[in-house]
Design a protein around this ligand. Sequence first.
Ligand code: NAD
Length: 471
Amino acid sequence: MPHTYSFFQSVERSFDKAAQFTKWEKGLLEQIKACNSIYAMRFPVKMDDGRIEVIEAYRVQHSQHKAPCKGGIRFSDEVNQDEVMALASLMTYKCAIVNVPFGGGKGGIKIDPKKYSTYELEKITRRYTSELVKKNFIGPGIDVPAPDYGTGEREMAWIVDTYASLKPGEIDAAGCVTGKPISQGGVHGRKEATGLGVFYGIREICSMPEIMEKLGLSTGLVGKTVVVQGLGNVGYHSARFFRQGGAKVVCIAEFEGAIYNSEGINEEALFQHRKATGSILNFPGATHLAKNSDALELECDILVPAALENVINKDNAPKVKAKIIAEAANGPLTPDADEILTSKGALIVPDMYLNAGGVTVSYFEWLKNLSHVRYGRMEKRFRENKNMHILAQIEELTGKTVSAEERLAIMRGADEIDLVHSGLEETMISATREIMEIWKKNPTIPDMRTAAYVNAINKVAISYMELGIFP
Ligand code: NAD
């Protein structure tokens, strides 16, 4: 693809490629593609040294076919309107694919957070929030931001506090943003959500005999070799769940290098080793690869790029040997790499669906905020009493008793974390099946990314029709 295409234009290109496989008229497709509302703002903030700085920021609502809009806020000096528009559109399609009833949105503040004090960052975040409130661009039923690159729980806590102060008495104020600390209305299980979603999605694909046969692989995850790039939030948790699911994580790459052990690497031990030594290198039992990028070219069943965008491009794609590329990061493959690897017969599991665990659990957090009750509070004790009763009956009828350990396991009712994980598992499994079903029904669809887009376009189009906008 020539470099003249912007990020938003390249999203539009993927959309157009998939739109050919749908029945919708051109006008409706144009409406789905368009970014509905774009708020570009400038506001002044007084810095610690007394200087006034004009801050450039954005919030884009790509689609309001479902309310509220949803998408993270990025703090980066690379932020620009085109990028925010592209990321907002991807959110619309991502939410549709995982059946999360939100429209797509995204926000960005053009700052390098490392260059500001905590107090300055707090002022910028709070001012940004009040600008959104003034223009009605935030609210539990309007538009609900979340963390993204450069932001986390701390910023979300500032946002909810600012919002609640400006909207006294708004009973659902906590639902104006997700990714909050637990003490501020956050939900358990959000931290690992993206990595766990990646695991659930790939496990489901590996259970499909016809897909595995085409790739020359056996079904199931047990024994599959996995390479993970990036030991950050998504990479660490993906590696953990793959190991626990019986796969062998043979290589992990980080900034400083890549390590290999054919017997598998324990990511938790490696994480502790990195914390203690400052590097993943010299990890007991593992050898070093010459360059960290060599990890991408290793012989393996599943490659999980979980670091940055564009890491697989036209130069290294021909050397990638993995059968399955699990796009845990956003945009790890350039369009050239995508074509090269697809033509080599690899299965590229697209980011737009595979890393949707974060937004899915954000949806659960928002539901928790609107219901004003922690998951499991109403039914946990009831379920435990019921289980105890059933167990007592079985013991009486059989004349046998279970061990104390088994008793605890059988009796236990679901906590918030159990319900969040189970909701995420259900979401990722059904999303995988839906995409594969579309692909199977229309074998002329060239790849899984296009099939995912077709699914998203169909769902958004149906919503527009149901709203009576295109009768
Ligand atoms: P993170 O900052 O926690 O982790 C990224 C890790 O990658 C860091 O440890 C970094 O040192 C490492 N890294 C950077 N360049 C590398 C390289 N060339 N080789 C090896 N390692 C390298 O970030 P994250 O939250 O895990 O996000 C990773 C990717 O996943 C991003 O593309 C992000 O947009 C995407 N994503 C994240 C979430 C989420 O919930 N956190 C959700 C959806 C998508």
